[in-house]
Design a protein around this ligand. Structure first.
Ligand code: ADP
Ligand code: MG
Length: 250
């Protein structure tokens, strides 16, 4: 579902991704761990084409992200095509990023109606089903400010699902939440994982990683230091840097 090959990315003189290779099979859950500043968000943003890579390439579901291949050459896609590609990838941010002036249901139907040209009635019906799935059937006409952080993040997940993405990316989805609200959001993500959604989740929630991940990836200084099943990476890390990190977060 996702192939990342030799990806490099710099901001000015700062090399943030220093040759990243990663494969995610359909239906797999990959959890990315690593210290702040190690390049986790940048990696997710390159997969969603919110950042362009400097070297290497990424493909999602067999399509090069942001590029078209012609023989050995890569050509950049036009903005329109990039936007169309992006509708196949759901992105859930740390800070929810809901539109504050729109109700919950309007937040969810915005992209299906404007980007995919779905009829409004059809989009609303689908949104209501998604709200039921994240346990918020009664909040359709509420505004984001009237919801708890955990509820807002569940709306953000429903909004990401409304585009029926092939791939869901989560960037520290529970880091901005009060501790008592973390569980309800993780439960929704677990539910999606068990339903076979392909996802890449950046999180510091080790319990979640242990329970849900097929593969745990540890990143440091722009590189993947080690990866493997949770039982290996979390309980028997082969690298000293992974051990040092885990001893701080566990
Ligand atoms: P992480 O998510 O692992 O904490 P990030 O990918 O957010 O790491 O950031 C990696 C490094 O890249 C950090 O040093 C950060 O300051 C820097 N960085 C991220 N985005 C930008 C940007 N748009 N411009 C300049 N520097 C950036
Ligand atoms: Mg980050």
């Amino acid at each position: 579902m996702v192939e990342i090959r030799s990806v490099h990315k710099s901001f000015g003189s700062l090399e943030v991704l220093r040759g990243v290779d990663l494969s995610v099979r359909p239906g797999e859950v990959t959890v990315i761990l690593g210290p702040s500043g190690s390049g986790k968000s940048t990696l997710l943003r390159t997969i969603n084409h919110l950042e362009k890579v400097d070297q290497g390439w990424i493909s999602v579901d067999g399509t090069l992200v942001g590029y078209r291949r012609d023989g050995n050459k890569l050509y950049e896609l036009r903005e329109r095509e990039v936007l169309r590609q992006r509708t196949k990838i759901g992105f859930v941010f740390q800070n929810f990023n809901l539109f504050p002036h729109l109700t919950v249901v309007e937040n969810i139907i915005e992209a299906p109606v404007s980007a995919l040209r779905r009829p409004r009635k059809e989009a609303v019906d689908a949104a209501e089903k998604l709200l039921a799935r994240v346990g918020l059937a009664d909040k359709a006409s509420a505004y984001p400010a009237q919801l708890s952080g955990g509820q807002q993040q569940r709306v953000a997940i429903a909004r990401a699902l409304a585009l029926e993405p092939k791939l869901l990316l989560f960037d520290e989805p529970t880091s901005a939440l009060d501790p008592e609200l973390v569980g309800e959001v993780l439960d929704v993500i677990k539910d999606l994982a068990h339903g076979g959604t392909t996802m890449i989740v950046v999180t510091h929630e080790i319990g979640f990683a242990r329970e849900v991940a097929d593969t745990v990836v540890f990143m440091d200084e722009g590189r993947i230091v080690e990866q493997g099943p949770p039982a290996d990476v979390l309980d028997h890390p082969s690298q000293e840097r992974t051990r040092a990190f885990l001893s701080k977060v566990l």
